[in-house]
Design a protein around this ligand. Structure first.
Ligand code: 13P
Length: 287
């Protein structure tokens, strides 16, 4: 069964750990993440960007695949299926398709328009028991062709949005999607502390989880971060393992060309990455 992210994130705030949002890209990704969560008795959030949604054949296809796997692979840990950086129209489509959690990213609008549109999404989601993530400030880097400049969130704006009835809040604190540049200044903990002060027990979301040093992750969790998004790191691990398989010429040996064999090492690499993150985030045995 798919559930909203509300309870798992409120528990994470209370217990001072984070639940990982791992973005999915295909069937292997989905299966690797679900199995790893089950093996480690960890709650998990599957993230789907609008681009990945189109790639996988649409939101309904994804809902069918995830629900089917939960049932047939006997996944009993809490699983939320979450739209990542949704547009207003994308959010409506994902709700309609059966997603259990929605991020409406209105960070590129004025704060007034962001609030107005977030309110409308909350109203629709409340009736259906769907959790809602809003964003203030912006996350730097590029995702699905959307380039953000990485604006630090204003604590007053965070407070205003957190009072609308959202479940979780993504606030820009110097975090970036994708690999961090050599000269990255690091997370802005002063800003995070001010946002935490302004928003109380609201679960905070840290995007751009790839490549953030462990000490910064732990400090962020101690300051109220209860959900951490990871995408690129699984992609890098998958690509490396797949490249090694091909470079070793294994696809040319026997039935090594079978896609189930070619994708095997990448699948295991995603599992290892997800487990490592769950350990770091502290979500193991928190299901
Ligand atoms: P990374 O790709 O940097 O891990 O970021 C993922 C993310 O924040 C998805 O919203």
């Amino acid at each position: 069964m798919l559930i909203s992210a509300k309870e798992m994130l409120n528990k994470a705030v209370e217990g001072q750990y984070s639940v990982g949002q791992f973005n999915i890209n295909n069937l292997e990704w989905t299966k690797a993440i679900l199995l790893t969560a089950q093996e480690n008795n960890s709650p998990v959030i599957l993230g789907v960007s609008e681009g990945a949604g189109k790639y996988m054949g649409g939101f309904k296809t994804i809902v069918g695949m995830v629900k089917g796997m939960i049932e047939e692979l006997n996944i009993t840990v809490p699983v939320a299926l979450h739209l990542d950086h949704g547009s207003y129209e994308g959010a409506l489509k994902a709700i309609e398709a059966g997603f259990s959690s929605i991020m409406f990213d209105g960070s590129h609008y004025s704060i007034e328009e962001n609030i107005a549109k977030t309110k409308e999404i909350i109203k629709i989601c409340e009736e259906k028991g769907i959790s809602v993530e809003a964003e203030v400030g912006s996350i730097g880097g590029e995702e699905d062709g959307v380039v953000g400049s990485g604006e630090i969130a204003d604590p007053n704006e965070c407070k205003a949005i957190s009072e609308l009835g959202i479940t979780m809040l993504a606030a820009g604190i110097g975090n970036i999607h994708g690999k961090y540049p050599e000269n990255w200044a690091g997370l802005n903990f002063e800003a995070l502390a001010a946002i935490k002060d302004a928003t109380g027990n609201m679960p905070l979301v840290l995007h751009g989880g790839t490549g953030i040093p462990e000490d910064m992750i732990k400090r962020a969790i101690s300051l109220g971060v209860a959900k951490i998004n990871v995408n690129t790191e699984c992609q890098l691990a998958f690509a490396k393992a797949t490249r090694e398989y091909i470079e070793a010429g294994k696809d040319l040996e026997g039935k090594g060309f079978d896609p189930r064999k070619i994708l095997g090492p990448g699948f295991e690499a995603i599992k290892a990455t997800v487990k490592e993150k769950m350990e770091l985030f502290g979500s193991i045995n928190k299901a």
